[in-house]
Ligand binder design. Structure first.
Ligand SMILES: Nc1ncnc2c1ncn2[C@@H]1O[C@H](COP(=O)(O)OP(=O)(O)OP(=O)(O)O)[C@@H](O)[C@H]1O
Length: 379
């Protein structure tokens, strides 16, 4: 349930309001993450499933080219209290402008966060990490380290030559919610997609098979007034690279490399999309300082994945040659590294080019990232 007296969920910046705003309840339903029925013994639709998001007088955290982000107060269903005076926790609520493109970008972004998060019920389950043959290693948190804080350092050579902290890269996902009128449709299609994804995944194929955004829709009016809501961890303010120590800038660059290791690219790596707040987050808020900053990379609306890249390339090939590109992948990975002293078929060469283009795009993004972070080129 969302309290939205100022119409923020329409994708607008809230007008100034007083302390006595009339409550305006709006009902939303969670689409992602999908919680498997066996994850909880509670009734599927009971009150124990209702969370409250208060957006009355919600401070504006920022505004992009496609969305507004407000800080809201989230109170979870009974039994799950935050250790705050009123039991609520501060979250970043991202809503798309009223254009189809903005809403598609938001949905795409939510899908990416969801893929990183994996399946909700696998957390802590006994067989989550057993590594058994056929176990669903991607869906139960294979990429979730990107949202988790780990202690220690990471060596990410050759792109980064010194060790970097191995904290979270992106904000935690608290959920992607749609207004209830559309909820049934959205949930139906998501369940189908999730079902397909799971099947394809088990077949070893197309894990990233959800639909992407469409550039042509960017300025068309949205189909619905209310925007879906993407609820994320509140990550602070954008960084200012010229005020930062080189170690901190290196840590921010490491986010790109961490994504690449999961076959993802960000495609929008700018200081305005890298947030900082006082840390460490393991301490109580009053004990956090900027001596221990906590960084996060936000805005995954244009994030890409190797599988999505190959799908697009296969479609492009079909358009150009009027036939399918056979699956002759030569055991190449996204780094495009295959032997050059072997005679390859034209189709195999095509696959090599696809992989090399992906690898080149990643390297170019790292170069641009260094420029954005005012770091010298080396290596
Ligand atoms: N999780 C968050 N925590 C704190 N602030 C955030 C968060 N997410 C977004 N913001 C703020 O909102 C601004 C806009 O968010 P974001 O960049 O995700 O929007 P966008 O419309 O997708 O961007 P773009 O213009 O790149 O398309 C950010 O620059 C940042 O200031």
């Amino acid at each position: 349930m969302v309290n939205d007296p100022q119409g923020v969920t329409e994708g607008k910046i809230a007008k100034k309001g007083g302390p006595d705003l009339e409550p305006n309840p709006r009902k939303y339903k969670r689409v992602w993450p999908v919680v498997h029925p066996t994850a909880s013994s509670e009734s599927p639709d009971g009150d124990d499933k209702v969370a409250f998001l208060n957006l009355a007088n919600a401070p504006l955290l920022g505004r992009g080219n496609h969305s507004v982000v407000h800080r809201g107060a989230l109170r979870l269903p009974s039994g799950i209290d935050a250790y705050t005076p009123d039991g609520s926790t501060a979250v970043a609520a991202k809503m798309g402008f009223p254009t189809r493109g903005a809403r598609s970008l938001l949905a795409h972004e939510a899908g990416v966060y969801n893929q990183i998060f994996g399946e909700a019920n696998v957390v802590g389950s006994e067989d989550a990490d057993d590594g058994a043959e056929g176990s669903n290693k991607d869906s139960g948190g294979g990429k979730r380290h990107l949202m988790e804080h780990w202690t220690g350092v990471n060596l990410l050579t050759p792109d980064i030559t010194q060790p970097v902290p191995v904290g979270a890269v992106v904000p935690k996902l608290f959920g992607y919610y749609v207004p209830t009128d559309e909820a049934e449709e959205a949930i139906k299609s998501t369940v189908t997609e999730a079902g397909q994804t799971r099947k394809e995944e088990l077949d070893g194929d197309d894990y990233w098979g959800y639909s992407s955004y469409d550039e042509d829709e960017l300025n068309e009016p949205a189909e619905t007034t209310l925007s879906p809501i993407l609820l994320l961890e509140d990550c602070g303010k954008p960084i200012k690279p010229h005020e930062m120590h080189i170690d901190d800038r290196t840590e921010c660059l490491s986010f790109l490399v961490r994504l690449y290791l999961e076959d993802m690219s960000h495609s929008s790596f700018y200081p305005r999309n890298i947030m900082v707040q006082p840390g460490p987050l393991s301490s109580a808020p009053k004990d956090r300082t900027m001596q221990n900053p906590s960084f996060r990379l936000i805005d995954l609306g244009r994030a890409d994945h190797w599988r999505m890249h190959t799908q697009r390339e296969v479609e492009r090939y079909k358009k150009k040659h009027g036939k399918d590109l056979p699956e002759e992948r030569l055991e190449i990975g996204p780094d495009g590294y295959i032997r050059d002293d072997v005679e390859y078929t034209p189709e195999q060469r095509e696959w090599k080019t696809i992989a090399l283009n992906w690898a080149r795009a990643k390297q170019e993004e790292i170069c641009r990232g260094r420029e954005q972070l005012l770091m010298e080129r080396w290596g």
